[in-house]
Design a protein around this ligand. Structure first.
Ligand code: BGC
Length: 793
């Protein structure tokens, strides 16, 4: 039975549900693009600032007046500034705008420029439709916060929301009402340079963070002059690029798509994200920018998304490169039919869409739907009522203190203490006034530009306080001996020698090493070697050979495989790229004014050969549990299991890991119900508003057994056993940040809603199945003692 032959069956909700189950077994069928269905799986989007009848009336009234060319114009987007991809777009924007041929511009550099273009749009174009200005506001407009991977490492959505609100205020002051963020691509491969732009490997954490970004950008009211539209990206599977090579192909089963890659998108859209961007990659044989299964089947038909879908930079035109069309006309047709509303930069819609509609290759209904999506966002932002920005709102001088403080607090919470060994009678960190003189060494110790990280918006190096500056302020220049030690890619023998001599003069060494932010992390910066670039490893080893205690501060956009360092260097901090307050934040954590409290959001591999490595893996039928993997197999029990013969299975540091300056004790996890009922949980799962109503509570006691204050991220994991589809060995389903004074303990409780027990079943429906459940409340994804309960029919 083909999909077409059973169209007649689409009569009842029940049947629609059946059909979706059927479709999920079929290959990605283009017919889905023309087969809108009511949402069935499981809860359609409930809140969106775009679903407003008053807006809808205005959209319809305007649409009626538009010519074909004016409609196409709304779907064309161009960059007016520095390119973030191949091709520079066009140059004749003023005349195009006056003719109504441009819907959106991005990469503008000032409020004044935005207002100038807007004057043309609203005064010279026939229908006076305002332009929508966008930008890659990723972790800051001007107040640059830590890179997103670091923001996620705070495990603190309130920090992310605060960041996004500040970014919205600053962007909107520059006339930018659209951020191409959040980037919610799940990434299990640190070779992929763009891992730095997301929240790591976990769908639950990624969803929590995605929602926080959207809340911050869009505020309570999208039409507020200080609110900007979010754009959740890249839909979908971009983080699964094979080999971690940027723009590469992804193969993801529908099950894994739904379990792992889709949840953060769904979360952002449920929070009301006004727009979404498609991705560059091919997914399961079809480019994501021409993929009706994801762009229409899931996004529109299942989820009911009412917002704007923009392509990525030239990704419509790139359908030619993918080889699924012969020319840009074909590209425009496929992208449009699949569900892309707006063509970013490729000019394919501008050149070909009108003819495609005239020849019937693209339906007028589809064209109108796309135009509605654009206009809806413009109306919701209030652009028709007030299209200009007040240029006096732009800050040209120093940044306000509260923004700087927020950036510092975010950075403080993002650092992950990976190692802190005892040197003499106490751990090296925190430093104290007795620590003596400090040798500060490394290319990142006094480098303002790199502290901003990749995609730094309109961040300015002059706003950055480097580690060197902050350290001098803290302890005085006389106590600091500084040597840069060379560059990222090249260092001379003399520079290395000088660094060694500098170390010899001091009592303790701070080594600031890592990647060059814009060249070695971010887009188009995938790496096949995750070592320290250039001669930094040699620098590290030579400085360590002085015998001085070394603290390695690792600045990077990804985990780096540094087995020598993890074995020999006594103290190591993952500092990521911390933003404008890099120096003060690091100094405060290094001296223990605030405790280190970041936790890893990606599993940290020991070696490249373990990649992809992620904690929420399946168990396999031959798990290596309990087997000593530190040597090659000696017998068949040690051999025929899922392992490497030459490396451990475990990562260097697990997901969720991060040390503090104190010690903690976790009690065994308790759960207050021995049995739960699957049908009650399923009923709850299907009630849009109530899907998180608690059915049970898990708790554990956490005690600070050391003598320093801690901020701890307590994590809740679940494993479901006896399910139809194999479920991961652990899945994060909750977390809480708590503060404990020395000796203090706290019972941490997690109410357990239906979602915590849910999975995507064999027919790709989300539901709760009868199963045995293990629950861990633990400091990371590898430790803790589980509680158990049963889910019965
Ligand atoms: C990136 C997007 C970005 C766009 C616009 C592309 O190269 O993939 O994430 O939003 O450029 O700058």
């Amino acid at each position: 039975m083909s999909w077409n032959s059973c169209q007649w069956l689409r009569k009842s909700r029940f049947v629609a549900t059946f059909l979706f189950a059927f479709v999920s077994f079929s290959p990605f069928e283009t017919v889905l693009a023309q087969a809108p269905e009511p949402a069935s799986n499981p809860v359609a989007l409930t809140s969106s600032p775009l679903t407003d009848p008053a807006i809808e009336r205005r959209v319809e009234a305007l649409l009626k007046q538009m010519t074909l060319d004016e409609k196409v114009g709304q779907l064309a987007q161009y960059s007016s500034g520095a390119p973030t991809g191949p091709s520079a777009g066009r140059a004749d924007y003023p005349s195009m705008i006056a003719r109504g041929e441009v819907g959106s511009l991005f990469n503008l550099d000032s409020a004044h420029a935005a207002n100038q273009y807007q004057h043309i749009a609203v005064e010279k174009s026939r229908l006076h439709i305002p332009l929508l200005f966008g930008l890659d506001v990723i972790h800051g407009f001007r107040t640059t916060f830590p890179v997103p991977l670091a923001l996620a490492s705070t495990w603190d959505p309130s920090i992310v929301e605060k960041y996004a609100r500040i970014a919205a205020q600053e962007s909107s002051a520059a006339g930018i009402r659209w951020a191409f963020s959040p980037m919610v691509d799940i990434a299990r491969d640190p070779r992929w340079g763009r891992i730095v732009e997301g929240a790591g490997e976990d769908p639950y954490l990624g969803s929590v963070m995605a929602r926080a970004y959207v809340r911050g950008y869009q505020g309570k009211n999208l039409s507020d002059k200080e609110s900007i539209a979010a754009c959740v990206k890249h839909f979908v599977g971009y983080g699964a690029a094979e080999g971690g090579r940027d723009y590469n192909t992804a193969e993801i089963s529908e099950h894994t798509l739904r379990e792992v890659y889709l949840p953060p998108f769904y979360a952002a859209l449920r929070e009301g994200s006004a727009s979404l961007m498609s991705s560059f990659n091919t997914i399961n044989g079809l480019p994501a920018t021409a993929n009706p299964f994801t762009l229409t089947g899931i996004l529109r038909n299942e989820w009911g998304f009412p917002g704007l879908v923009v392509s990525d930079w030239t990704s419509v035109g790139e359908l030619v490169g993918h080889g699924i069309v012969r020319d840009k006309a074909g590209a425009a047709q496929k992208a449009m039919t699949a569900g892309i509303d707006m063509d970013m930069v490729s000019d394919s819609y501008h050149q070909h869409l009108a003819n495609l509609v005239k020849s019937g290759k693209v339906s007028e209904a589809r064209l109108d739907a796309a135009v509605r999506d654009v206009l809806r966002v413009k109306f919701a932002l209030g652009l028709f009522d007030d299209p200009f920005t007040d240029e006096s709102r732009e800050i040209h001088g120093a940044l306000p203190k509260e923004r700087v403080d927020a950036a510092r607090q975010a950075a403080e919470r993002s650092f992950v203490l990976l190692k802190n060994s005892v040197a003499g009678s106490r751990p090296i960190l925190p430093l104290s006034s007795e620590s003596g003189t400090i040798a500060l060494i490394g290319p990142l110790a006094d480098d303002a530009k790199n502290m901003l990280g990749a995609w730094a918006g309109r961040g300015r190096p002059e706003d950055v306080v480097t580690l060197k500056t902050a350290l001098v302020q803290r302890v005085g220049a006389e106590k600091i001996h500084y040597a840069r030690g060379g560059e990222f890619q090249t260092s001379s023998d003399a520079e290395i020698q000088k660094a060694v001599e500098t170390a010899q003069q001091a009592d303790v060494v701070l080594l600031a090493l890592g990647e060059e932010a814009t060249e070695q992390t971010g887009e188009a910066a995938s790496r096949a070697h995750l070592n320290l670039p250039g001669r930094q490893q040699e620098l590290l080893e030579k400085v360590s050979a002085t015998g001085k205690p070394v603290v390695l501060l690792l600045f990077s956009g990804r985990p780096l495989t540094l087995p020598w360092a993890f074995e020999h260097v006594p103290a190591i901090v993952a500092a990521w790229f911390p933003g404008i307050q890099a120096g003060p934040a690091l100094v405060r954590v290094l001296y223990g004014d605030v405790p280190p409290s970041g936790k890893l959001v990606v599993s940290w591999p020991r070696t490249m050969g373990q990649i992809p490595i992620y904690y929420n893996a399946l168990n396999t039928g031959r798990p290596a549990d309990g087997v000593d993997l530190t040597h090659p197999p000696r017998n068949s029990l040690e051999k025929y299991i899922s392992r490497y013969i030459d490396e451990l299975n475990s990562p260097q540091f697990p997901f969720g890991f991060g040390l503090s300056y104190s010690s903690l004790e976790y009690s065994k996890t308790q759960v207050d119900s021995a049995k739960l009922n699957a049908s009650a949980l399923n009923a709850s799962l299907r009630r849009a508003a109530a899907d998180n109503a608690p059915h049970a509570t898990a708790s554990a006691n956490v005690k600070n057994t050391g003598n320093r204050a801690v901020d701890e991220v307590v994590q809740l994991y679940v494993r479901l056993i006896g399910t139809g589809m194999e479920e991961p060995v652990r899945k994060l389903v909750g977390f809480k940040r708590i503060s404990l004074a020395p000796g203090e303990s706290q019972t941490v409780s997690f109410p357990l809603g239906a979602e915590a027990f849910s999975l995507w079943d064999v027919q790709n429906n989300q539901r709760v199945e009868p199963s045995r459940v293990q629950l861990w409340i633990s400091p990371d994804s590898s430790r803790g003692l589980p509680a158990e309960l049963e889910i019965v029919e």
